[in-house]
Design a protein around this ligand. Sequence first.
Ligand code: FB9
Length: 478
Amino acid sequence: MADAGVAETLLRRIEKADGGVDSLDVASSLGLDHQVVVGAVKSLQALGDLISAEQRSSKHWELSEEGTEIAEQGSHEARVFGSIPLDGLAQSELMKLSFGKIGFSKAMSNKWIRLDKTHEGGPRIFRTVESIQDQEKNCFGVILVSVFRTVKSYWITKGPSFSTTITKQETELTPDMIANGSWKEKKFKPYNFEAMGVAPDCGHLHPLMKVRTQFRQIFLEMGFSEMPTNNFIESSFWNFDSLFQPQQHPARDAHDTFFLSDPALAHEFPQDYLERVKKVHSEGGFGSQGYKYDWKIEEAQKNILRTHTTAVSARMLYKLAQQEKFTPVKYFSIDRVFRNETLDATHLAEFHQIEGVVADYGLTLGDLIGILYQFFTKLGITKLRFKPAYNPYTEPSMEVFSYHEGLQKWVEVGNSGVFRPEMLLPMGLPEDVSVIAWGLSLERPTMIKYGINNIRELVGHKVNLQMVYDSPMCRLES
Ligand code: FB9
């Protein structure tokens, strides 16, 4: 019987009943599961005040699972008797049956069967009578396997708006109804303010963006300001020359750097600053002997995809140096950089670089080590080691290592250093100002946090978008 049919039948039963009806009785008389009738009660209640239904408990005896089995299939001993053919049955075979063990002893004590232990081929069971009366199934025994259950049901009576017909409830008031006045004859489904809204389909943040937010939060709470990194294209001048990286440095070759063909060259540079950069590269100055090579503007003009966000740091430090009075700053950036490198499971031709920069009077390597401890501690990394390294634009430079408990080994977690005077002084920064900086990638911590081994599962055209939808919130310090 369809649900609507059950509801209408229920209404008719209530109509005829003297007072009310019990949902259990209705279910039993219709041969339906009680839950079907309960469902009909709920649907009628949702239509308004057609019925009143109050829950009540009643106690009664009910066959347990075993009782139902005996009532349907007979007692265990009767089923043992029924399973023994005229030529007998091996005792071992009987014991394999679900009712064998329980029924055997009762059937023996009823003298319905006998056991021949001397039978060739092993102990065998034979019938001793033609037929039996299954007392347990027919009366007393079944009661032993019944249980006294408390059953919840509904006592259903007519509601204030009782009717034996269910009028369709409108779920929206249309302009036509208002225009032609038909709304007056219609019944409207009441709002269910308890109903949960449908979760709107929405966008999902990529794990990299979740981790970037965590790093951004760490920098902000350390008092850093974010640098404007919205230029993937950079001139070689800002990406290399301003950082005192010589024009013949291998990193400036096409096998490490992506060069643009159009527009191939940049033309706007601060001319006086450019002259000081040219001089410090070719002749030295500011206490440096320089690289003593013929520095060419054409090389500096070449447009590239920036190979590091340190190009942005250079622009920001130059801008800082133009202030009338120097003021200490703390800058950070997190954005994409591009390197024409050999690809492997953890390296693509681009990655997100994270960079921190602090400019102040008299900063030392000790300040750099201190801020690295502060920064990495916020990532949950406390065991650090520093290894001397080389960068064209920092001296001294240090690779940063952390002990990875899981891998039981020291892993590189970043690079750092003190920007060289040959970079800072041509910008015009005061001689007693020093600038410390460090960098790391966004992909490495993200892959570790989300348990991703191949970077192509994290970024690129083969990424499974479900991974993005399912990726949980990121908490870096945990
Ligand atoms: O991120 C790196 N490793 C890393 C970082 C965090 C981390 O977090 C764990 C969850 C807790 C785990 C690992 N590295 C730097 C080290 C290696 O992965 C390295 O193989 C790859 N490096 C990239 C560059 O490789 C071509 C990571 C990237 C990198 C390296 C150096 C800098 C920035 C990014 C820099 C710098 C710098 C130095 C001085 C002054 C200014 C900037």
